[in-house]
Design a protein around this ligand. Sequence first.
Ligand code: HGY
Ligand code: MN
Ligand code: MN
Length: 413
Amino acid sequence: MDIDTITSRISHNLGSLKQFTSTPGNGCTRLPFTKEARGAVDYLKGVMQDIGLEVFEDAAGNVFGILRGTDPNAPCVMSGSHYDSVVNGGNYDGIGGVVCSIEMARLIAEKGIPHKRDLVVVGFNDEEGMRFGTGYFGSGAMMGHRDVEYCRRFKDQDGVSIYDAMVGYGLVPEKITDAAWEPGSIGRFIEAHIEQGPVLDQKKLEIGLVTGIVGIQRYVITVHGRADHAGTTPMDMRMDAVDTATKVISKIADWAREKADGTVATVGVIDVKPCGMNIIAEACEFSVDIRSMNNDNINDIVRRIRAALDRECKIMGGTYEMDTKLVIEPVELDPYMLDILEEACKEKQFSYMRLPSGAGHDSLEIGQELPTVMLFVGSKDGRSHAPVEFSEYGDLAKATVLMTELVERLLDE
Ligand code: HGY
Ligand code: MN
Ligand code: MN
């Protein structure tokens, strides 16, 4: 396996995929069910077809390429990541792993050695949940966790539901359950991804072997007060939604810090209505994203948020709603596959370490039910979800070589 050839192929494909963004010059914005998604999927299909994979898109907007094995009844080995991005994101998050999996399939196809199990490469749709505030739509659909009601329920900031966005993209939401794979048909899942954090970069390591992925809970909370004149309304007669919401928001990060075990909590979105300098806020909507390897910590912070909202809204005389967007538990990743990867790192003298993932991934959804493993490559300065996101193509090539070694073994087990 010529690492330079793999590196140049990855560099070429990721370089070409950069064009599929709605914010050219300001990072990658490739939201689900958009023309940018369509462009990236068509590009990926072309590369997969060039390798000789059987290519198809499913009812959720995922794209698959299959290298057939000799035993159609054997559970397949699947590898991939997501092709969507956040707004003004980077050019490696998700798509880097999709390209690595495709190059891994190419290496195996080029050898032309028959193998027992199908090798399936996948580009998942809407892992980020950026547009609809959810997450893991494509991988969740593949695992049988998405239905038409789910598609109708979640809407983007323009009020477009997943359902309507799917129709606009040419999909039939009523067929979303067709995206579910038969239980037992997928044997193992392998995902290469950028770390999106500072650890590998600071330690100058080439590979991260991911031991587990944090659990995540996401909510959108709306505090309801009353719009009034900012000048004439005495302080004791106000129902100020911002005053009440911020009394809760200001505590959330400290509740995470108190856990002192890597638990994190983020309020990334705050929206005020009617949003006027001289109007007391009628409503204040904010997002909460809580993550930990310890699920009890997440539940405790959610409990404290609810209790604070109850207390502060009672004092203000207002109300609140707490809309659940995502609830998923932490996963431990597969020790058997991790050990094989670790042996391969040693044999190839790739510098590596084992570490948990603070970012969510399709592997978080899939790993709830299937043996799953992830490999990380470093993120320059630990930056991600920003246009400056950068990873070394050579490191992605090394992850590809490691995945190839693992998958070749799994295909014939
Ligand atoms: O939010 C995340 O952790 C991931 O980038 N979807
Ligand atoms: Mn990602
Ligand atoms: Mn991401």
